[in-house]
Design a protein around this ligand. Structure first.
Ligand SMILES: [Zn+2]
Length: 277
């Protein structure tokens, strides 16, 4: 039904959870029948499997210095890659989590290790991508340097199967002033591209309720926040948004919707019209 709702909003990419995101999901499998129905729905839509992004559970903090928690989070990430590969998704995106009281560079190594374990355990074409974060507390992945440092700790042979994506709300709330000018926005994406050695593999298009540098991860509809509509016009005209999934994580109008209702959310339709314009 998620595929149908996205397709009915005229989308050509989509993002979903394969498990309830506040749990580790480290033991959860997907019923093969659901996989079949998911693939059948995709085949009837304009959404290619490569444009399907799976968002890993939020609780998978593979940055943590706590060995026990790390093991469970790493197991959850590997399991997510397994489920996402089963449904044929193009990629999994995940928030690296918090370094806690540990040193950031040691934390970057733990994140990289979890990526390596997942990629070595699950051999598939589904990529595992880091999402830049809003930078609250000691969360990892808030700067281009940090994302680059994590990726640099992954052996070269596995590098093509990993990468990163950028969330506009997180960029802004972590202090990148992408709303200042087109030049500034371009410079920010340039910096990520230069430091990591590659362009972003997806974008999350969200406006920000929090101010510049507020470290708040609160998404609002495009045009309703501090970033504003114009930034998204600039972004859509950057060639690096071509051919990669562009995902809305903006609020829905109707959270209560019948299981068999395939109509798109009115807010999604509005956002799509805005982005296509
Ligand atoms: Zn996001």
């Amino acid at each position: 039904m998620a595929v149908k709702r996205a397709a009915n909003a005229d989308m050509t990419a989509m993002q979903l959870f394969t498990v309830i995101p506040k749990f580790y999901g480290d033991k959860s499998n997907i019923n093969p029948d659901r996989v079949k129905r998911f693939k059948a729905a995709l085949a009837e839509s304009k959404i290619k499997p490569q444009a399907v992004v799976v968002h890993a559970p939020y609780v998978l903090s593979v940055a943590t210095p706590d060995d026990e928690k790390w093991a469970r989070a790493s197991g959850g990430l590997t399991k997510e890659l397994e489920r996402s590969s089963a449904i044929g998704a193009g990629c999994v995106c995940f928030h690296p989590g918090s370094a806690g009281t540990s040193e950031r560079s040691a934390s970057a190594k733990r994140i990289a290790k979890a990526i390596v374990v997942a990629l070595e355990t699950i051999d598939s074409s589904t990529r595992l991508l880091i999402e830049n974060t809003a930078g609250a507390g000691r969360t990892m992945g808030r700067t281009a340097d940090e994302v680059a440092e994590i990726l640099a700790d992954v052996p070269k042979s596995l590098r093509p199967r990993t990468g990163y994506g950028l969330d506009t709300c997180h960029l802004y709330s972590s202090g990148y002033d992408i709303a200042k000018s087109k030049k500034e926005l371009t410079a920010v994406i340039d910096e990520f591209e230069k430091k990591t050695g590659e362009a972003p593999s997806f974008f999350h298009l969200n406006d920000s309720e929090g101010e510049l540098g507020s470290n708040r991860d609160r998404h609002v509809l495009i045009g309703d926040g501090h970033i504003g509509e114009e930034t998204f016009h600039w972004l859509m005209s950057d060639s690096r948004t071509n051919g990669v999934p562009l995902i809305l994580e903006t609020p829905q109008k109707n959270y209560d919707i019948a299981d068999d209702d395939d109509s798109p959310d009115p807010y999604d339709v509005r956002m799509m019209r805005l982005l296509l314009s």
